[in-house]
Design a protein around this ligand. Structure first.
Ligand SMILES: Nc1ncnc2c1ncn2[C@@H]1O[C@H](COP(=O)(O)OP(=O)(O)OP(=O)(O)O)[C@@H](O)[C@H]1O
Length: 513
């Protein structure tokens, strides 16, 4: 009964610990900056969330069940040894520091190997994740054998290290400890024989001492096997806790980017005046390349401002800074005169700014779920009216299952134009005061573009809009057009003014015409 109780208690506890670790790790991953995710592979993060937590749980359960038994057995037997012959016990105790020293030396070496094996396994998972997620591209380039080989190389590395760990565990851990422990038994027979000859102990006591010493030997041997698993568990745990305790990086000058907390501008006071003032910015993972070099841009309330310019000039970076995915290296970005670093980021992103980009990402689930992602508490009527505004209602209702149609992973079951219109509906559902369109129509064919553009024209009314576009025909009617080159705004004006000016804009127009 006790065994049954302890097994079920332990499995209950182990599952609870794993569940809590996964929850904390996942929450921590969601809390991290965009820069953190830019620098890491998705599969590597998923590996920590799955394999590492699993390893930690298994090792935790094993250490508790076998560890407690072996430790109590060892302690009990030591007491028994001491009561049988204090002298012999003390002689035995003198050898323990040597065993501990060897054990810890081997333990450190094993832990390093184990860490490297887990890092390689995570790299392999990252690779597998990337390939499976982008399967269509792999197939389109007929690169299945190449991807298979590069996965094999990664998996082989981790396999080799695991074999090395297995070998070291065999000879170093179990081999050396067995030699040491059997040596102890021989020592006991030798020393016990001597004590018997001097009549300090009798044969019965020596026999009982030997039995206890052997029991200790067995317990210590099982502890040494356990320590291999403990090493793996500790390494896996340290990889999980490393990210659980990771704080979002502190960016200059003083602020971190928390998910929530900070000022909110009440809805009825919010004008939507966005201003960039002498903004400099460098991506954290590419510190030697300054992307924005002193951008000043005033986007007045309800104005439509278009950004254009050469590829790589820094247009999308401006959108990322407005969303506060990153903080500028220097300079300020203000919303209605308030520095956005003072504002609650979740309010800023979740309520105030609607962001639609070139490749909208949908989640597996129904069309309705995807639109509701913009505002989870929206009613069905609100979802439908957002879809109507985005020119999406007609094609959605033409699906046999209507709004319950499942869009497939990342929206693969929809066309580009349909995905884009669902993304517009999703952004509109939160009724944002500022709309950022990052080349929202550039991936579409003429008919889809017309439908999407029609939807966008309708929703741009009465909002501050920042459009990033390559095709200049789509931004002709913008109130202000800012032309960017090498991280700077080099021309500002409306279409007519800039065309007349004869600068970069007019050249780009000529090229496109
Ligand atoms: N996450 C990132 N990490 C590091 N560098 C980046 C990152 N995103 C963009 N960059 C670099 O910043 C520069 C500006 O990129 P950005 O995407 O803002 O340009 P863009 O003007 O929008 O270009 P395009 O019109 O081609 O989309 C480029 O040199 C790019 O390589």
């Amino acid at each position: 009964l006790a065994t049954f109780a302890y097994i079920s208690l332990l499995s209950h506890l182990g599952e609870k610990v794993a569940c809590k670790m996964r929850k904390n790790l996942f929450e921590s991953l969601l809390r991290q900056d965009v820069a953190f995710h830019d620098q890491r592979k998705t599969g590597e993060l998923i590996d920590r969330l799955t394999s590492d937590v699993q390893d930690f749980k298994s090792s935790f359960k094993l250490c508790i069940s076998q560890g407690i038994r072996s430790t109590t057995q060892t302690i009990g037997c030591i007491c028994s040894l001491y009561s049988t012959s204090a002298k012999l016990t003390l002689a035995l105790a003198a050898t323990i520091p040597i065993i501990v020293l060897i054990g810890s030396f081997v333990g450190v070496a094993l832990r390093q190997l184990s860490k490297s094996a887990q890092a390689h396994a995570a790299e392999a998972t990252g690779k597998a994740n990337e390939v499976v997620a982008n399967f269509r591209t792999v197939r389109a380039f007929a690169n299945e054998p190449l991807e298979g080989q590069s996965y094999e190389v990664l998996i082989q590395k981790s396999c080799k290290i695991n074999q090395e760990i297995g070998k070291s565990r065999e000879w170093a851990f179990q081999g050396i400890t067995n030699i040491a422990l059997n040596g102890i038994v021989l020592g006991v027979i030798y020393a016990g024989g001597y004590l018997m000859s001097t009549n300090e102990i009798n044969p019965g006591q020596l026999m009982s001492f030997l039995v206890s010493a052997q029991m200790i030997q067995r317990s210590l041997a099982s502890l040494s096997v356990l320590s291999g698993s403990a090493v793996r568990g500790i390494t896996a745990g340290s990889r999980v806790f490393e990210y659980i305790h990771l704080q979002p990086s502190i960016l200059p000058p003083l602020f971190s980017i928390p998910i929530t907390g900070g000022r909110k501008i009440p809805y009825h006071c919010l004008l939507g005046h966005l201003r960039f003032e002498d903004v400099h910015f460098t991506y954290p993972q590419r510190p030697d390349h300054e992307v924005l070099k002193g951008v000043t841009l005033d986007i007045k309330p309800c104005q439509t401002v278009a950004l254009c310019g050469l590829s790589g000039a820094g247009k999308s970076t401006i959108a990322s800074l407005a969303e506060r995915f990153y903080d500028p290296t220097s300079g300020n970005i203000t919303l209605d005169g308030v520095d956005i670093t003072q504002l609650d980021p979740s309010w800023l992103r979740g309520r105030t700014i609607g962001y639609i980009n070139q490749e909208p990402v949908l989640f597996s689930g129904s069309v309705e779920d995807n639109i509701r992602y913009g505002r989870p508490d929206a009613t069905k009527d609100e979802v439908v009216s957002a879809a109507k505004l985005a020119n999406a209602d007609s094609f959605i209702t033409n699906f046999p299952s209507g709004y319950a149609t499942v869009v497939g992973e990342r929206g693969l079951a929809l066309s580009g134009g349909q995905k884009q219109r669902i993304a517009i509906a999703r952004a509109l559902l939160k009724n944002p005061s500022i709309l950022i369109l990052d080349e929202a129509t550039s991936a579409l064919d003429a008919e889809s573009e017309r439908l999407v553009q029609e939807a966008l024209d309708r929703v741009m009314v009465d909002r501050t809009v920042l459009i990033i576009a390559h095709r200049l025909s789509t931004i002709k009617n913008a109130d202000v057009i800012a032309v960017m080159k090498h991280g700077k705004v080099v021309e500002v004006g409306n279409h007519k003014e800039l065309k007349k000016k004869g600068g970069i804009y007019s050249e780009l127009i000529k090229l496109q015409e």
